[in-house]
Design a protein around this ligand. Structure first.
Ligand code: MRU
Length: 362
């Protein structure tokens, strides 16, 4: 996507061979680009959310394996890299998908062929992600177009949660791709951006993306969505997902479930946009089987932002020593999901719906 006239992906291999990322901890205040040069750096970047979002976590892990194969292409290094990167974040299934892809490809190869093959596959995973998200955008565009037509060409109001934008993928985003495609198609689209406590991915990242792409939007606090839906101000919700079960249960950023409940109570369609590597075909009960990442308490007791002296820092918002819980994701049961927007089309959120689109997996 373009930022001030320059086209960026969220991760890329530079001309000098280094892997570059946008360090998202500093957005929206600063666009910082950094190189990741060791397995430890890749693990830190995923764990500490320099990069985040399920598809981008997967792509970053793939490059992490490639960088390690230059340093040490042995079987032991391959096994240890899978382990070290896999334990960084437990919920997004794209991480395991990408690590398995790399392992399957590299293990049968002679040691001297591994680094080259790993970089080639990592680049391919990135390109596939971009194309997948472009297709998701085209399928989602038809949903938005139909709502616009029903409203006689009137403004279509979309609510989204967290950042399932191009910063969470390699390009386009999942939930944002239909929005960007709709804006490009000349549809009057407006986005309600949930701030998404505790890490504020909506306020910091989605609002930044919308600004740069000239898409009309309002930032709202997490608790405003239900009220807006009750008053007919939201035409549809589109969110992303970190892991979707074969039955269509959707695990996504904490708070998604509450939005889905409000949407159902108010007759607002609730769509989830996802690339197929986000489907975990091995899990049957999303609520009980998906591991939910529990992050540090201080993400709840503090907020990050630009301080009056211009520095970027954290501010404590609760009494000293206040205990906190910080589950980072929740599961929205399939019954609350209107449809799953995938690269192959829109599926019903059910075993039959997903099996019809992905017969070779089901
Ligand atoms: O904790 P994060 O920022 O990695 O969580 C990201 C999300 O929950 C996204 O909605 C999800 O990964 C889908 S991204 C296309």
């Amino acid at each position: 996507m373009k930022i001030d006239g320059t086209h960026y992906r969220s991760i890329w291999r530079d001309g000098d061979g280094t892997v570059k990322i946008i360090d998202q901890r500093w957005l929206p205040h600063e666009l910082r680009i950094v190189s990741l040069e060791s397995r430890t750096a890749f693990a830190d970047a995923i764990r500490d959310m320099w990069v985040r979002g399920a598809p981008l976590i997967g792509a970053t892990a793939a490059y992490g394996v490639a960088v390690q194969m230059v340093a040490d292409p042995s079987d032991d290094a391959l096994t240890e890299t899978w382990r070290v990167l896999h334990e960084t974040r437990p919920t997004a299934i794209n991480l395991r998908w990408a690590l398995d892809e790399m392992d399957r490809l590299l293990r049968p190869l002679p040691l001297e062929a591994r680094a080259g093959a790993a970089f080639a596959r990592a680049a391919e995973i990135c390109d596939e992600d971009v194309e997948t998200n472009r297709r998701i955008g085209q399928h989602g565009l038809e949903i938005i177009r139909a709502i616009a037509a029903k409203k006689g060409g009137g403004r279509v109001n979309v609510l989204t949660h967290c950042n399932a934008g191009w910063l969470a993928t390699v390009d386009w985003g999942t939930a944002t791709s239909p929005i960007y495609h709709a804006a490009e198609a000349g549809i009057d689209v407006h986005v309600f951006v949930d701030e998404t406590r505790p890490r504020n991915q909506g306020a910091q990242l989605t609002a930044w993306e919308m600004n740069h792409h000239g898409v009309s939007h309002d930032l709202i606090v997490d608790n405003a969505g239900g009220h807006l839906m009750q008053h007919g101000e939201v035409d549809l919700c589109i969110v992303g997902t970190d892991r979707t079960t074969a039955q269509g249960d959707v695990c996504n950023k904490i708070g998604t479930y509450l939005k889905a409940l409000a949407a159902q109570a108010n007759g607002v369609p609730f769509y989830v946009a996802l690339p197929s590597p986000t489907i975990d075909w091995t899990v049957t009960d999303g609520v009980r089987e998906i591991p939910i990442e529990e992050r540090a308490q201080d993400e709840v007791t503090r907020v990050q932002g630009r301080l009056p002296d211009g520095k970027i820092g954290w501010v404590q918002i609760s009494p000293d020593g206040t205990p906190a819980r910080n589950p980072a994701f929740d599961v929205t049961p399939a019954a609350l999901v209107t449809g799953l927007i995938t690269e192959r089309g829109v599926a019903q959120a059910s075993a039959a719906g997903l099996a019809a689109l992905f017969p070779e997996k089901a």
